[in-house]
Design a protein around this ligand. Structure first.
Ligand SMILES: [Zn+2]
Length: 321
């Protein structure tokens, strides 16, 4: 009996081990596709944010670094192949783990651009990771060395020349968080919007870090005023101006519903019932997440909008000012 149990346990350990290996392989295997002559979209499985690699005469420019240090390291290798040489510049669209925790896969001293507010969120709400505290101490001290070190402030529009290309970056306003950066590859007319845009799925709204459904709508107007053809969203397939407008229409619909619910004093449950009957702009959206840890779906977005509209969650102050 004991022997059988021992064998069963051994099999279980093997299966679990194989599962972890497969999962690790899945998230560290990178695929890529051309978006323009010199811009590649790089993706991995799961909830990893979309990465852009720009090829220049001097080497690669990388937007976002996915979730794991190991992914960052693989991303760096791939970027050097796709981007014409060593990585010259990394940008973080915002502080969330699935867009920035791969930074330590790049050498300490790499130029890393983000908004000042993003760096504050990294050292604030995500401080344990970036200071290498607690469980993160296994990563070693150089995590701190790959925090953003070139910061965009307020309404500054930064033009960064690299190897014959122009990278234009700006913070168009609050939305997904209070510190999102959009990155325009000027000559290629490709825009990376980070999580200010997700395609075919539901957005996260980080009210606790400056996010706002209400502000997001006007923020998208400022993004749409830029000169571009193709858009890389934070999650989902490459789209265009029309794709960004569809997403904006969904936010508008949700915010209008939440605003009315707040004016009429509707409970969250009642608001979600109304949403189930009346929202149409999210036709075809599928939930995104890591159940049971978190799921981004229609109920989630409606809850966040209701919390903002009713004041049930105090939205953090406007980071711009
Ligand atoms: Zn995000």
């Amino acid at each position: 009996m004991l022997r059988k149990l021992a064998i069963a346990f051994g099999v279980l350990v093997l299966v679990a081990g194989a599962g972890i290996v497969l999962l690790y392989r899945d998230v560290t295997t990178l695929s890529h596709q051309a978006v323009s002559a010199d811009v590649e979209l790089v993706q991995a499985g799961g909830i990893n944010g979309n990465v852009a690699v720009l090829r220049t005469d001097d080497g690669a420019v990388v937007v976002d670094t996915m979730t794991l240090r190991a992914q960052g390291a693989r991303l760096r290798e791939l970027a050097e192949k796709l981007g014409g040489g060593p990585v010259q510049l990394v940008l973080n669209t915002h502080y969330h783990a699935d867009h920035s925790h791969g930074n330590p896969g790049f050498p300490v001293g790499t130029r890393i651009v983000a908004t000042k507010r993003t760096r504050e969120y990294m050292l604030g709400v995500d401080g344990a990771y970036w200071r290498g505290e607690g469980v993160w101490s296994v990563l070693g001290s150089d995590v701190t060395g790959t925090l953003p070190n070139d910061l965009v402030e307020g309404e500054e529009v930064r033009e960064i020349p690299v190897g014959g290309k122009t990278i234009r970056v700006l913070h168009p306003g609050r939305g997904h968080t209070g510190g999102d950066l959009v990155v325009l590859f000027v000559e290629d007319r490709v825009l990376h919007m980070g999580d200010l845009l997700v395609v075919g799925t539901y957005p996260s709204i980080d009210l606790e870090a400056g996010g706002s459904v209400a502000a997001w709508i006007a923020t998208l107007d400022r993004v749409l005023a830029l000169d571009f053809d193709r858009v890389i969203p934070g999650h989902g397939p490459v789209t265009d101006r029309a794709g960004a407008l569809r997403f904006q229409a969904f936010l508008r619909e949700v915010w209008e519903l939440a605003r009315q619910a707040a004016a009429e004093g509707l409970s969250l449950e009642r608001t979600q019932e109304v949403a189930r009957r009346s929202l149409t702009a999210d036709a075809g959206f599928v939930p995104l997440g890591l159940p049971p840890i978190f799921v981004l779906d229609r109920d989630f977005v409606v809850r966040r909008a209701w919390e903002e509209a009713t004041g049930a969650v105090r939205v953090s102050p406007d980071p711009a000012g």
